[in-house]
Design a protein around this ligand. Structure first.
Ligand SMILES: Cc1cc2nc3c(=O)[nH]c(=O)nc-3n(C[C@H](O)[C@H](O)[C@H](O)COP(=O)(O)OP(=O)(O)OC[C@H]3O[C@@H](n4cnc5c(N)ncnc54)[C@H](O)[C@@H]3O)c2cc1C
Length: 356
């Protein structure tokens, strides 16, 4: 197996770095949990959501979640893939592919040169946006999408919990990760960020000034400059499509709104659904058409409901009235909030992780 990655190395990624119990469960089934756990994730026991007018709802993360930087998570997964025999080619950007004689020709750019690669099966795992030649093709216009920003901090004191604060047009979260570091991540519309400082650090400072919960946590915190990153456009509303000329896994198939903290779990789960079918196809036990049909139906059975609910929650929590109402109910009845959070999870995550 050949994995092509456009980045030269596995560094930081814009992400809340919240590893849900469901992600851990899938990592375990894929034989990856011990390697990820070796990176010493922070344990997260609670989630606290605060509306723009300050209504807060907290609930226990019943089965335990982790905070772990994407750098550590992606490195652990890449190491395991290579140990299992996969070849990882870094700094190779796929530009297009064509279907030819029962296989594919991939055109990619590496070190300023165009290279061509032939393969029998191809899986698109290129995340939420790539190029017009690759899935996912229907991308938001840059000005209509959302903007994601993340930064790590030292010396921020906070309990083992993930905190989300909503503001007009977006939300911002904090969570401890490995090594006593706290990750800050935000997602907001361009409009919501208008008028604030134009650079990502200025935006964070402006929000810390507006949102007391963030300001209080970050007071005395020391930003880790190398971790500051922005990503745009983030299109949460693109139509789900697990097979767009080729099998698509993770965000390439659909993007679970980040507030559910389940995108990593969904990406891993879609791989778990797709890989055995790809193997059966390569072994001659399935036609390409049967692979396509089986993957599509398993993907939709797993993700349609949680995706629809999470998108609805994203809309409700994004509105002033909706977030006060939902978080008001959640603050009085934490089991309701916990149940709602549970319903945003994809199906078939039953095996408990062996370590939490
Ligand atoms: C602001 C924000 C916060 C989030 N917070 C969380 C969270 O706390 N918890 C959670 O579970 N999920 C979270 N998510 C979602 C999560 O990040 C994604 O769902 C997850 O990363 C999807 O994994 P993926 O492998 O599909 O895509 P990615 O992680 O984006 O990986 C795709 C890879 O493909 C590479 N690539 C792209 N195009 C090409 C190309 N043409 N050629 C070669 N390589 C290419 C990219 O460089 C990248 O490394 C968040 C998302 C955002 C935007």
């Amino acid at each position: 197996m050949l994995v092509l990655e456009q980045r030269a190395n596995l560094g930081h990624k814009v992400c809340g770095e919240f590893i849900s119990w469901e992600a851990q469960s899938t990592l375990q089934r894929l034989g990856l949990l011990a390697g990820v756990h070796a990176a010493r994730p922070a344990s997260l026991a609670r989630a606290v959501l605060t509306s723009r007018s300050g209504v807060a709802a907290g609930f226990d993360l019943a089965r335990g979640s982790w905070g772990l930087s994407r750098k550590s998570l992606d490195t652990a997964i890449a190491d395991a893939a290579q140990a299992a025999g996969a070849e990882l080619s870094m700094g190779v950007r796929v530009q297009r592919f064509d279907q030819v004689n029962g296989g594919y020709t991939i055109e990619a750019r590496s070190n300023g040169r165009i290279i061509e690669i032939r393969c029998r099966a191809l899986i698109a795992a290129c995340g939420r946006s790539s190029s017009s030649e690759l899935p996912p093709r229907s991308q938001a216009a840059p000005e209509s999408g959302l903007v994601g920003i993340k930064r790590h901090y030292k010396n921020v004191s906070m309990p083992p919990q993930v905190e989300l604060y909503f503001f007009e047009g977006g939300y911002i979260g904090l969570a401890p990760i490995e090594g006593g570091i706290v990750n800050l991540c935000l997602l907001a519309s361009r409009k919501a960020l208008e008028g604030a400082e134009k650079d990502p650090a200025g935006l964070i400072e402006a929000l810390a000034g507006r949102i007391p919960g963030i300001g209080n946590r970050l007071a005395g915190g020391e930003p880790i400059e190398a971790s500051l990153l922005a990503a745009a456009p983030v299109d949460l509303w693109r139509k789900a499509d697990p097979w767009d000329s080729v099998a698509c896994v993770g965000d390439a198939a659909a993007m679970i709104p980040p507030l559910a903290g389940d995108g990593i779990a969904a990406a891993l789960r879609s791989v778990e659904l797709c890989a055995p079918l790809a193997h059966a196809y390569l072994s001659g036990d399935l036609t390409l058409e049967r692979w396509r049909q089986a993957y599509r139906s398993r993907w939709h059975a797993s993700f349609d409901r949680p995706l629809a609910l999470t998108r609805r929650l994203e809309t409700w929590l994004g509105s002033a009235v909706g977030s006060n109402l939902l978080l008001g109910v959640g603050s009085i009845l934490p089991p309701v909030a916990r149940r709602l959070a549970g319903m945003t999870r994809s199906r078939a995550n039953s095996a408990p992780p062996f370590m939490t």
